[in-house]
Design a protein around this ligand. Sequence first.
Ligand code: MV4
Length: 447
Amino acid sequence: MFQKILIANRGEIALRILRAAKELGIQTVAVHSTADANAMHVRLADESVCIGPPPSRDSYLNIHQIVAACEITGADAIHPGYGFLSENAKFADILAAHNITFIGPSGDHIRVMGDKIEAKRTAKRLGIPVVPGSEGGVTDEGEAKRIAADIGYPVIIKASAGGGGRGMKVARDETELSVALDTARTEAAAAFGDDAVYIEKYLEKPRHIEVQILGDGRGNAVHLGERDCSLQRRHQKVWEEATSPALNGEERSKIGDTCAKAVADLGYSGAGTIEFLYENGKFYFIEMNTRLQVEHPVTEAITGIDLVHEQIRVASGSGLSVTQDDIRFNGHAIECRINAEDARTFVPSPGTVTTFHTPGGLGVRVDSAVYSGYKIPPYYDSLIGKLIVHGRNRVECMMRLRRALDEFVVDGINTTLPLFRDLVGNPDIANGDYDIHWLEKYLAQKP
Ligand code: MV4
């Protein structure tokens, strides 16, 4: 097992990783920008190193400074959290060359999944159902038209170097397709320095359902069920739940087993998420994330498995602590992302939090690095905390969520809490009756 882990992140996820390390008896090193000198993760870590000025590119993305901090403190491994360097294949390769363990998959696995055409080809080869579309990239307009005619309109053009909703264009007929292909390629070249694009059938009203997997890097893997992340705005998830209100146990086991077998065959190491669109009872692979995700606590709530413990175990060579037969899905969990943003306009609202009073009680978890008097810097993501509520079933979970939201007090800044107080009383949400477009439509018509 590791003696000392460096946490290459900030905010609630730095704290989350720190807690797991402490439980495993591992020393921790925090790195921070000058803007984060007073941050909670810095105070709670055993050691800390300032790695640069506020902008991420000079601090949390500065590979040289992070490797230097690791060598100075003698840490044997780095946990990247999410965002920042978590899906940077070059970072994983550099750490390997320095004999520092990257707590995550190999650089090669990150690279395959980072290229969306390559990821889809790999998924298909491993028996994961994919969205009908082009085999690989498309450059020629005639070829694009043949494929679109074959799969039927509407179609969507996606950038291979994109992902997470960046660089997509929908075309509803041949005329729109020529324009979409041109603009998609031009925009992809400008945004990513790679003009490779591919075509898929456009699904009109899917849900976003993602399967959590863990691989041990030696050909064994398990799935931890799914999360439904359909409630999002501009590709930012807002509310996530496990299990999905749309799936039954049979569907869960079937897609879960398919994913676990695929990542086992891939020799994948660590935590990962296989993302699907789900429509009319069918799953369609879209992307794989090769990191721990923001919404991982809903999976932890219903399985009782600490995903960060498992990541650390696997990276250190101790293997997974569970087999598939040990994993049960118990009750229901919902996560609300508390952002320092106006609840209607989503305009960021940095500044000093004068009061931060978090809810508690049975089935309530708050992951946050904020405290009363903390000044939220304007340089980073606006996520300031996550409220995760668990119940024996979805109805109990919703009752508990309403109560927890009532207890939550954040003064001094705007937050997304009022939005959740609205959503928890909405009949469509109560019924689990929503797709990926539901929230944006709701916000557009809200008086
Ligand atoms: C799609 C789609 C419909 N059909 N692909 C957006 C994020 C990126 N990961 C994939 N995305 C989509 N791909 C096909 N073939 C609709 C979306 C999409 C979406 C997906 C998940 C969650 C929210 C979304 C919002 C708009 C569009």
